[in-house]
Design a protein around this ligand. Sequence first.
Ligand SMILES: Nc1ncnc2c1ncn2[C@@H]1O[C@H](COP(=O)(O)OP(=O)(O)OP(=O)(O)O)[C@@H](O)[C@H]1O
Ligand SMILES: [Mg+2]
Length: 391
Amino acid sequence: MGRRSVFRDPNKLALSYIPEKIPHREDKLAKLKEYFNDVIFGDLNFEHVFIIGNSGTGKTLIARHFERYLNNVKSNKNIIPIYINARLERSPGNIVRKIISKIPPRIAKRGYSLEEIFSGFLKYINENDIKVVLILDDADHLFNSYKEFIYQLSRADELTSDFKNNLSLLFILHSIDGLSKLDRWTAAGLRKNIIYFEDYTYEELLDILLVRCEEAFHPDAYTLETLETAADTASKYNFNARYAIELMCKAGLIADSRREPIVKPEHVRLARNEVPPSFTEDELKSLHLHEKILLYSIAELLSGSDKAFITTGELERRYIENAHYFSIEPVKHTWLWKMINALSSLGLISKRISSKGYRGKTTLIGLPSFPADLLRKTLYKMIVREVGCDD
Ligand SMILES: Nc1ncnc2c1ncn2[C@@H]1O[C@H](COP(=O)(O)OP(=O)(O)OP(=O)(O)O)[C@@H](O)[C@H]1O
Ligand SMILES: [Mg+2]
């Protein structure tokens, strides 16, 4: 008999897999169902809800569970959930196109403005007695860069004066900052239903790893110590569950490649050097070239030092150097700020005002949840490919 892999099914650790068991998040899912209860079963036409939490706290997982629940729910209403990752789709145009592509029959779109298409969609769902729950995941940047669109979505009932608005919204954000950027009236209207996803604790991460690894590995192919090492490592990275799971996946691959039958703590420690940061390549690819160079500059500055943060001054200098290095014209100072804000609202970097130890007040930039060195290498390849130069 050939040698056996430690994995029973590695796909069970993939990001796209939606596990049945969701330790420490059952109450959040229940809360979500409760908020939408009167839309699903009663006469409420729409509801607005926010999920807020740091990266790797299970927001997308719960949203996907909720989507599945809505697809299968026994209600005498016609409920259609539409899940959209706003970080990948980016602009309101893409988002609206995606929305209407989910609703049969296709609504005419050629020659119409975004607003007309959107109100056509609202009218259509109303006339056909459909209630849509739009789930906008990773939506932070919409609150910064596309406030008008947020107004349109959240005040759809005003657009629809001659018929009822049947569009519910579930926004998923990393921070509540976005809400305070809206005008007070809209913000107050939206602020009522917020579900916070707190960071996991070490023990919670361990429980999560237990259920996830039980599905993915053979029962005798890992030890509790291995999971503890992964949970401990992820605790250093904001208690990010994604990181903990990816570490276990990589550790399993390392054990397999070394032809060892059991995933051990040392494999997790080795995995640490190799596990991709807590975002996908697609998400990085969807950044604009200058954003990539800016993020690359941050990664470069941080990977070469023991510092937790860099200042915006340092960053600007390095960004300009790098732009020249890649033979492109750097953007102006104000644009640079816009890009810093964009990266921050995408959750890729952190931003804070300096306190002690720095002369005067300056903004500090950090990379909270992923290894700078790996980010640097990944981005370097992408940028080189994009600008079409080899070194
Ligand atoms: N309670 C849990 N039980 C089982 N798996 C979990 C749990 N919480 C998170 N996970 C897993 O951890 C990974 C990260 O979770 P998820 O993608 O939902 O995080 P997120 O809050 O959406 O992060 P981001 O803000 O970066 O998008 C996923 O693989 C998810 O399935
Ligand atoms: Mg997510």
